[in-house]
Design a protein around this ligand. Structure first.
Ligand code: PXP
Length: 240
């Protein structure tokens, strides 16, 4: 059975829009846990645009399931990971100007740096994954770094036109997942997955886990809106 990891970054995005204390991604992580998520994911970005250090620490202290920290392969982030001890670290590329993680890591271009970060994290008992495009060269390079897992970037699949382009991108994910498993890597996948496009990826037998954030947070807002409005009306009507 494919596991679901829920990314709570965008609960923090809503909070940071007001720089207030709600909605709290720590509570969202707790509720995702209650809902049956097998893991919680958050991305501590260098610019702290959504998840803050305090969120990560509290999520680590309260979430009993698997915690996967997404981060850039930077010394400052490695120090935080060694202190907070997530179960897994996923190394991602990070550019300040991007809206979200736009592409996979170029493992080949920074194989020395990535290998050294992988080794430091693994020595601390943290499982390490590399977020890469479903590209054979990147998969082979990932093996060289001694990473445990690769997370295949599903963004191109998610952005593809239904029909031909989507089928091509799905096939790349299938082949990538097969190759990675043959080379001894664990495989997860994520980015841009929605209630409409998730099933073909969930059906790839080699993919152990799907990491999904934006679409789940979006649906949570929509399915919760009616109740939230009713609760506010009740308070207003019963005021004395
Ligand atoms: N996996 C990785 C490595 C990511 O960077 C992200 C986005 O933070 C996700 C999964 C989740 O993507 P989405 O929010 O589009 O579901």
């Amino acid at each position: 059975m494919t596991r679901l990891g829920v990314n709570v970054d965008h609960v923090a995005t809503v909070r940071e829009a007001r720089k207030t204390n709600e909605p709290d991604p720590v509570l969202a992580a707790f509720l995702a846990d209650l809902g049956g998520a097998e893991g919680i994911i958050c991305h501590l970005r260098e610019d702290r645009r959504h998840i803050q250090d305090r969120d990560l620490e509290l999520i680590r202290a309260t979430v009993t399931s698997h915690l996967n920290l997404e981060m850039a392969a930077m010394d400052a982030m490695v120090d935080i990971a060694l202190r907070v001890k997530p179960d897994m670290v996923t190394l991602v590329p990070e550019k300040r100007e991007e809206v979200t993680t736009e592409g996979g890591l170029d493992v080949k271009a920074s194989v020395g740096r990535i290998t050294s970060v992988v080794s430091t994290l693994k020595a601390a008992g943290i499982v390490v994954s590399l977020f890469i495009d479903p590209d054979m060269d990147q998969i082979k390079e990932a093996v060289q770094t001694s990473a445990d897992f690769v997370e295949l970037h599903t963004g191109r699949y998610a952005g593809a036109r239904r029909g031909v382009d989507e089928a091509i991108e799905l096939e790349k994910l299938e082949r990538g997942a097969q190759a990675a498993v043959k080379l001894g890597l664990g495989v997860s996948a994520g980015h841009g997955l929605t209630y409409h496009n998730v099933q073909p990826v969930a059906a790839i037998p080699e993919v152990e886990e799907l990491n999904i954030g934006h679409s789940i947070v979006s649906r949570a807002i929509m399915v919760g809106m009616e109740r939230a409005v009713r609760d506010m009306i009740e308070l207003i009507r019963t005021a004395e």
